[in-house]
Design a protein around this ligand. Structure first.
Ligand code: 4AZ
Length: 268
């Protein structure tokens, strides 16, 4: 959805042709996740023409709470009945057990993805039983610094290349991505861009990925996680990007450290 929208924004000057690449594109550039990996990964489902269709990813951060992107539930904060959560699943739609929502909390400063603040909390009607395959992801301390040398991954059932849906049996995919701070990312986004004035990437965003390795449509709301001294911490939430896996266009993520106080205020 955002790919298309974004490509229609001429001022961002994306001049990269849409081609199938030879870099082995999948989530983009990924491999299949193993069963038991990424036990916090959830699928956000919406009741559309296709009932309970996957629209976004999300992460289990507490037995009763999911963290996702605000743009995934935009305009529906009082309409919890339109949504359901599927907890960690190896193949999307296989043996669904959908969990209803009690509450949707969109960050109060959210207006659109380009301004940041692209996060929302979803409260489940009843807490989930944690198992070997269903676990929470740890949020970082607000002071945690994520650096490009860290090992970070993004996972999801999103498109495997720009405009190319993940085919059945919809196996969860993962890709290792390197982080990029907002300023460096902003410089990247100004490359080959018609309009060079003004910030494109703000400090409440963090970027990750490189040519051929990226998140894509359908991965939104999912977690960008990093292994920090043998603990997985959530550094980002898939938010937006121009194209998927294109040169000078890293994936843009909500920077979780900026929002851990807001999150813990709501989930106590
Ligand atoms: C989307 O449309 C989307 N390459 C998500 C992530 C990225 C681009 C688009 C990052 O939801």
């Amino acid at each position: 959805m955002f790919c298309l929208l974004l490509l229609m924004l001429p001022h961002l000057g994306n001049s990269v042709p849409i081609v199938q690449d030879e870099r082995g594109a999948k989530i983009v550039g990924s491999n299949e996740a193993k069963e038991g990996e990424w036990p916090w990964q959830v699928s956000l489902r919406k009741n559309l023409e296709d009932p309970w269709k996957h629209i976004c990813g999300g992460s289990l951060i507490h037995p009763s709470w999911i963290l996702t992107a605000a743009h995934c539930v935009e305009g529906d904060k009082n309409d919890t009945s339109k949504y359901m959560i599927q907890l960690r699943q190896q193949n999307l739609y296989k043996d669904d057990h959908l969990v209803p929502l009690e509450k949707i909390i969109i960050h109060p400063n959210y207006t659109n993805v380009f301004e940041g603040f692209d996060l929302a909390l979803l409260k489940l009607q009843s807490p989930v039983q944690l198992t070997k395959t269903i676990q929470t992801i740890t949020l970082p301390e607000a002071s945690q610094i994520f650096t490009p040398d860290m090992e970070c991954w993004v996972t999801g059932w999103g498109d495997i290349a720009f405009g190319v849906h993940l085919p059945p049996p919809y196996t969860l995919r993962k890709v290792q991505v390197s982080l990029m701070d907002a300023l460096t990312c902003d410089r990247e986004y100004h490359q080959r861009s018609v309009l060079s004035a003004g910030r494109i990437i703000f400090d409440n965003m963090i970027c990750a990925g490189e040519t051929g390795k990226d998140s894509c449509q359908g991965d939104s709301g999912g977690a960008l996680v990093c292994d920090v001294q043998n603990t997985w911490l959530q550094a980002g939430i898939v938010s937006w990007g121009i194209d998927c896996g294109a040169p000078h266009r890293p994936g843009v993520y909500t920077r979780v450290t900026n929002f851990v106080d807001w999150i813990s205020q709501h989930i106590q």
